[in-house]
Design a protein around this ligand. Structure first.
Ligand code: SAH
Length: 342
């Protein structure tokens, strides 16, 4: 299926074959640099704007848009052409603006504590569907500029590798977001991490670790049975060696499950050797997992324990809780609500 941000410039030239040769570039730049939709491209004849709108239709239809955190967080639920629903979250901070995009409708990774995993897998997103989420957010934000894109919405981006890479290239190329400000977050798909290291695309890599011993990680992040911690460690080391990008480990702190003193020691050992940074986030509650996030004091002590062992740590503040937009909560209420409406 052709869509607005899927089409390559050569394909655009073919679609506009009766037009002057410079039109395809004008349209491509208008879309990507100008953040314009065809009807706003006033440098084109009016009739042509309408034609382009039909030739390269948008891939996403806005179904729900919710605003939280006093205007600083916006969440969209978009319907795709086949009725699947995905979610995108825009987060404004003082010194940066981040959009969190989905890479799949649903997810097949089955992490026990994640709402998307609990709801199952529908399909991969196309490159155009991935990029369009960023463009909708960038248009919403203008004239402020979007600075970061994180692939931490629904889905496992490295399981959708063939659509992810062209999306990253388009974001880092014509759209102009620096590769280091693009963060691919993964459960630890080892073969794809190794491939990504060779792409000459120095994006940031976040690995959802959540446990640094195999027994516990098998339970929380089941892909660990296929790519256990030792194998994952080697892949992370290779990624760091080849890209010189420091890896970050995501760790959702779960009360009495992975916030014990023993977890501090195991995580510090694992992260220190890899020069990795640790992102802590208290677990957000989801309907299918009845364990709580760690208490604030425990989050603080856990962070301090890591720092004492020489590991750099950030405690992520939760955004969008009241609009079900927090980490791991996507695909919950909106998607279900929309499905039952149809
Ligand atoms: N599949 C990818 C990207 C999507 S999830 C990955 O797993 O990395 C983005 C992040 O949110 C991951 O670190 C994931 O483990 C985390 N997450 C999932 N459910 C969560 C929850 N309930 N609370 C906090 N973080 C959660």
């Amino acid at each position: 299926m052709q869509s607005r941000y899927q089409v390559e410039i050569e394909e655009l030239s073919e679609l506009l074959s009766g037009e002057p040769a410079f039109r395809s570039r004008q349209v491509f730049e208008g879309l990507h640099q100008g953040l314009k939709i065809p009807s706003e491209m006033t440098n084109l004849p009016k009739a042509l704007r309408g034609r382009i709108d039909e030739l390269i239709p948008p891939a996403l239809t806005e179904r729900v848009k919710l605003v939280g955190d006093k205007g600083a967080t916006t969440k969209w639920a978009f319907a795709l052409h086949d009725g699947a629903v995905i979610e995108t979250v825009l987060m404004e901070y003082r010194n940066r603006v981040t959009v969190c995009v989905s890479s799949q409708a649903g997810c097949a990774m089955n992490c026990s504590f994640c709402a998307t995993g609990q709801a199952g897998f529908s399909r991969h997103l196309t490159t155009g569907e991935i990029v369009e989420q960023v463009m909708v957010a960038a248009r919403e934000l203008a004239p402020r500029r979007l600075s970061n894109v994180v692939f931490m919405g629904m889905g496992e981006p490295l399981a959708n590798y063939s659509n992810l890479i062209p999306a990253l290239r388009r974001l880092a190329g014509p759209i102009g977001i620096s590769a280091r400000h693009l963060t691919v977050s993964t459960v630890g798909m080892v073969p794809s991490i190794l491939k990504l290291a060779d792409e000459k695309l120095p994006v940031s890599l976040a690995v959802s670790l959540h446990a640094a011993n195999d027994l516990l990680r098998n339970e929380l992040v089941p892909i660990n049975k296929r790519y256990p911690l030792e194998v994952l460690r080697e892949a992370c080391a290779e990624y760091f060696d080849k890209t010189h990008r420091r890896i970050s480990f995501e760790w959702a702190l779960i009360d009495s499950v992975n916030d014990r003193d023993q977890d501090i020691v195991e995580l510090a050992d694992y992260a220190f050797d890899l020069h990795a940074h640790v992102n802590l986030i208290p677990l957000n509650p989801t309907p299918g997992y009845l364990v709580k996030g760690s208490r604030t004091e425990r989050v603080r002590d856990f962070a301090k324990g890591l720092e004492d062992r020489g590991v750099t740590v950030t405690v992520r503040n939760t955004r969008g809780r009241e609009i079900d937009a927090a980490c791991g909560q996507l695909a919950g209420s909106q998607a279900v609500m929309i499905r039952s409406e149809r």
